[in-house]
Design a protein around this ligand. Structure first.
Ligand SMILES: Nc1ncnc2c1ncn2[C@@H]1O[C@H](COP(=O)(O)OP(=O)(O)OP(=O)(O)O)[C@@H](O)[C@H]1O
Length: 745
C-alpha cells in the first residue's frame, strides 16, 4: 500500500496534468488540455505502465532516463519540466533519482571505425572507471598500433607493465591520472589554451573483435555507465553512399515522423528501439531511416516470408534500384551489390552454426566483414535471446534500429535489449493512433462458455479445477493435454464459434478463427467446413488458401494456428474468433489483435467499432485464469474487454445439435492422446523461420500471478455471475460448493 497523502498540492494544481509520486510513478490525466505535450514528454522520459481511458500510469526507471538522455533531454530539463507539469511539489526523491541515474550517461561512446569498436570519451576519468572492471580491461585491444587514441599521452605513462596481460591497462591508467592532475592544476575560471585543447581531445581505446556486446552489457548493468552509440553518417567518408530516396508520393505519418526525430535528433543516427503497434507502419518507418542514413543496410527478419515483404516495401516506398537489394534465405542467395546495397535476411540465416553451401558461406563471410551503416532488426520481441546475441556479435553496424509492436517478452531479454540495441526511442499510444484513424477501432469481447456436463466430468477426472486424477488416469502429461482439449473443444464453445462465424459471414466480414491447438483447429475447420492453415500446410496450399480468403468474396473465414501470429499478412481481416490460446502470453494476445488492426472503413458503423476480437473461454476451467493474464498488455494499452455470458447459438442448425454428436466429439477427444500434430506444428514453425525462431515460448509464471484480475478492466454484459439467475448456468459442482458455502455462513 502506497501512501502519498503527504504530497504538497500546488495552488494551481487544476491546470497541471501530472501527479508525480516519490517512488517514480507518474499519473497523467488524459482529459487535461496539456495531455498532448505532457504525453510526448512522458513517453520520452518514462516507461508507460498502463494507459487506460482517463488516467495513464508511467514509471521513471534508469532505462527510461537513459533513453531520455540519449535523445538529448538533459537531466536538468527532465527535473524542470516534471516540476512544471506536476500538480504536487516535485518530490526530492525523484529529483535525486534522475540526477543519480543520469550522472554517467553520455560520458563515453561506443563507436565503430574501420570495422573495429572503440570506446571514446573526452574525460580521462570516464575511461578509467570503465577500465576498472576486469572484463572491460581484458577486452581492450592494443591501443598503440591504431594511432587513434592519443598515442603521445598513452606513451608518456611512467608505470611499467608488471605483467604482459595488464600492460595496456596500466599504461592507460597512468595516462589518465596525468590527464586529471593537469586538469586540476588549471584554473577553471581562466582556462588556458592547453586546457581548451584537452577538453576537445578525444581519448579512446580499442576493443577486441566480438567483445563490444559484453563490454556494453557490463558497462550498463554493472557499472551503470551506459555507452552511447551514435553514427555521424553525414560525415562518413569511408563507406559508400546508397542511392536511395523516398518516392515523391511517400508521406509519413506524424507518429512515424516523431519516432524518426528521436532517432536523428542531432544530425546523427542513434541506436535504439521504436515501438509501434501492429499495422502502424514499422516497415515504412525503418525504410525512411535507411533512406536517411544512405549506407549499407542489413535487415534482419524473423522468417523468410517477412524477407520477401521487406523487399516489396523497399520497392514500394523508395526509388532504390531492385538490383541493389539482395536476399539471403534458405532458397535465395543473392550476391551483395558491388558498390552499396541492402541485404535482407533472417536472424537464423546469420546465426546458423552448421555447414553451409558455398554460396551461403561466401555471403555470410561478406556479412561478417562488412561495416554496415544501419542494421534494422524486425520483431525484436520474438527472437530467442541466444540467436539475437549471436547475430549482434557477428555483424558490425554503426547504428542499430530495433522494431517491435510489444516490448514484452516472457524471458528477460527485454532489459538486455537496452544495451544490445539501445534504449527505446519512441513508443506510440495505441489508443491515440486508433482515434486518429491509423488503426482499426477494435471491440474486444470475451465470451464465457459453460462446459457441457460430460466434458466437464472428464475435465475433473483428469485433474481439472484442483481435483486429483481419477484412479484410471495415470499419465499426468496426457491428462493435462486432455484437459486442454476438453475446454477448447467444449461443445458450448464450439456452438458459440459456429454462431459467430455465420453471423460475421452474413455481414460480409472476414473472420480468422485462431486455435493454438492443431488437433482442435482441425476439428473446428472440419466441422465448420472452412479452410485451415497450420504449420504442416504446404506452402502452395497455404498461399492458395490465404489468397482466396483475401480476394474471393465466397471465402470469408479461415482457421489459423499460431503460424498466423507473425508474418501472415491478411489486411482485410476484421474479425478474430480465438478458440484456444497459448497459456498466458501477453505478447501473443497483442500480436493476434494486431492481425485485425490495419485501419479499415467502418463495416457496419456500430458504436464506431470496425473490427472485433472475440475470445471464447470455457468457464470454470484453467482457461479463465490464462485469459486474464493474456489480456493484461492490451488492458494496459487502453482496451476494455466486454464480457458476454449468454451468447445465442445456432440451435438445431448447429452441426453439434444432439447429445449423441457431443458424445462422439468427446470420444474423439479422449482417444486422441497423440501429440504428433503439435510436434509437427512446432517443427513447421521452426522450418518457416529457417530453423529456430521460437515464436511459441511458454511463460513460466507463478500460479498466484494467474489468479488475480490485476489491473483488469471489463464490463460484464447480461447477468453477473453472482446473481441468482446466472447460477443456473454454473456447473453443478460450483453450484453445490456455492450452496455449501452459503449454508456455512
Ligand atoms: N505513412 C503511410 N502512408 C500510407 N500507408 C502506410 C503508411 N505507413 C504504413 N502504411 C501502411 O500500413 C500498413 C501496415 O504497415 P506495416 O506492415 O509496416 O505495419 P507493421 O507495423 O509492420 O505491422 P505488423 O506488425 O503487422 O507487421 C501497410 O499496408 C503499409 O503500407
Amino acid at each position: 500500500m502506497r501512501d502519498f497523502s503527504k504530497l504538497t498540492l500546488k495552488a494551481d494544481h487544476e491546470n497541471r496534468p501530472l501527479w508525480v509520486c516519490p517512488d517514480g510513478r507518474i499519473y497523467l490525466e488524459a482529459q487535461s488540455p496539456l495531455y498532448g505535450p505532457a504525453y510526448d514528454f512522458l513517453v520520452a522520459i518514462a516507461e508507460p505502465v498502463a494507459r487506460p481511458e482517463f488516467v495513464h500510469e508511467y514509471r521513471i526507471t534508469p532505462h527510461s532516463l537513459y533513453a531520455a538522455v540519449s535523445v538529448a533531454i538533459s537531466p536538468e530539463k527532465i527535473v524542470s519540466v516534471l516540476d512544471k507539469l506536476s500538480k504536487v511539489k516535485l518530490p526530492e526523491a525523484v529529483e535525486d533519482f534522475v540526477k543519480g541515474c543520469t550522472k554517467n550517461f553520455g560520458r563515453a561512446k561506443l563507436v565503430l571505425r574501420q570495422n573495429r569498436h572503440y570506446i571514446e570519451s573526452h574525460e580521462a576519468g570516464a575511461l578509467r572507471e570503465l577500465l576498472s572492471h576486469a572484463t572491460i580491461r581484458g577486452s581492450r585491444d592494443d591501443v598503440k598500433e591504431d594511432g587513434v587514441a592519443s598515442e603521445d599521452e598513452f606513451a608518456e605513462g611512467e608505470v611499467q607493465a608488471e605483467a604482459a596481460a595488464n600492460r595496456a591497462y596500466l599504461e592507460l591508467e597512468a595516462e589518465l591520472d596525468e590527464e586529471d592532475e593537469d586538469a586540476a592544476a588549471e584554473d577553471p575560471k581562466a582556462p588556458t589554451k592547453k586546457a581548451a585543447e584537452k577538453a576537445q581531445k578525444t581519448l579512446s581505446f580499442r576493443l577486441r573483435q566480438g567483445a563490444a556486446q559484453e563490454v556494453k552489457r557490463i558497462a550498463a548493468k554493472d557499472l551503470e555507465f551506459p555507452l552511447q552509440e551514435e553514427y555521424d553518417f553525414r560525415h562518413d567518408s569511408v563507406n559508400a553512399t546508397l542511392p536511395i530516396d523516398l518516392r515523391p508520393s511517400t508521406r509519413i505519418r506524424n507518429y512515424q515522423e516523431k519516432s524518426l526525430s528521436k532517432m536523428f535528433g542531432n544530425g546523427r543516427a542513434r541506436s535504439g528501439i521504436i515501438v509501434l503497434p501492429c499495422g502502424a507502419g514499422k516497415t515504412l518507418t525503418a525504410i525512411v531511416a535507411a533512406a536517411t542514413v544512405k549506407r549499407w543496410t542489413l535487415v534482419l527478419c524473423s522468417n523468410a516470408t517477412a524477407v520477401a515483404q521487406w523487399k516489396n516495401q523497399f520497392l514500394l516506398w523508395t526509388t532504390l534500384d531492385s538490383r541493389r537489394i539482395s536476399l539471403f534465405t534458405a532458397d535465395v542467395k543473392d550476391d551483395l551489390h558491388d558498390d552499396c546495397g541492402i541485404l535482407i535476411t533472417t536472424y537464423h540465416m546469420v546465426s546458423f552454426g552448421g555447414t553451409r553451401a558455398a554460396a551461403g558461406e561466401r555471403l555470410i563471410q561478406q556479412v561478417k566483414t562488412r561495416e554496415w551503416g544501419l542494421m534494422l532488426l524486425d520483431e525484436v520481441h520474438v527472437v530467442p535471446a541466444a540467436t539475437f546475441r549471436k547475430v549482434l556479435a557477428l555483424c558490425n553496424a554503426h547504428c542499430k534500429l530495433g522494431l517491435t509492436a510489444t516490448l514484452v517478452r516472457e524471458d528477460n531479454l527485454i532489459t538486455d535489449l537496452n544495451f544490445l540495441i539501445g534504449p527505446k526511442l519512441y513508443e506510440a499510444n495505441w489508443m491515440d493512433l486508433t482515434h486518429a484513424g491509423h488503426l482499426a477501432n477494435v471491440q474486444c469481447v470475451e465470451i464465457w462458455c459453460p462446459m457441457s456436463g460430460p466434458f466437464y466430468r472428464e475435465y475433473l477426472r483428469n485433474g481439472g479445477a484442483g481435483q486429483a486424477l481419477a484412479p484410471d488416469v495415470d499419465d499426468a502429461s496426457s491428462a493435462a493435454r486432455r484437459r486442454r482439449l476438453l475446454y477448447v473443444l467444449n461443445p458450448v464453445k464450439f456452438r458459440a464459434c459456429e454462431y459467430l462465424v455465420h453471423l460475421h459471414e452474413a455481414r460480409g466480414d472476414k473472420t480468422i478463427v485462431f486455435s493454438d491447438d492443431v488437433y482442435a483447429l482441425l476439428s473446428y475447420a472440419k466441422a465448420l467446413e472452412r479452410p485451415a492453415v497450420y504449420g504442416a500446410t504446404k506452402e502452395a496450399e497455404r498461399q492458395a488458401i490465404l489468397a482466396s480468403f483475401r480476394f474471393n468474396s465466397a471465402v470469408n473465414t479461415v482457421c489459423l494456428s499460431k503460424v498466423g501470429d507473425v508474418a501472415i499478412d491478411l489486411p482485410e481481416a476484421n474479425v478474430i474468433v480465438q478458440v484456444s490460446s497459448h497459456f498466458g502470453s501477453r505478447r501473443q494476445e497483442a500480436q493476434r489483435l494486431g492481425r485485425i488492426l490495419r485501419a479499415k472503413p467502418n463495416s457496419d458503423g456500430t458504436d464506431g467499432f470496425n473490427a472485433v476480437f472475440y475470445t471464447l473461454v470455457s468457464r470454470d476451467t484453467d482457461e479463465m485464469f490464462y485469459s486474464t493474464k493474456r489480456q493484461q498488455y492490451l488492458v494496459d494499452q487502453g482496451y476494455t474487454f466486454k464480457v458476454v455470458t449468454d451468447l445465442p447459438d445456432r440451435g438445431p442448425d448447429s452441426v453439434l445439435n444432439t447429445p449423441e454428436k457431443e458424445l462422439d466429439l468427446l470420444n474423439d477427444v479422449l482417444t486422441s492422446h497423440s501429440l504428433k500434430e503439435e510436434e509437427a506444428e512446432e517443427k513447421a514453425i521452426k522450418d518457416a523461420a529457417n530453423g529456430g525462431i521460437d515464436v511459441t515460448r511458454r511463460a513460466t509464471i507463478a500460479a498466484t500471478k494467474l489468479s488475480g484480475g490485476e489491473g483488469r478492466a471489463y464490463y460484464e454484459y447480461d447477468a453477473p455471475v453472482t446473481d441468482a439467475s446466472s447460477s443456473k448456468k454454473r456447473h453443478r459442482l460450483f453450484k453445490s460448493r456455492a450452496a455449501k458455502k452459503a449454508r456455512t455462513k
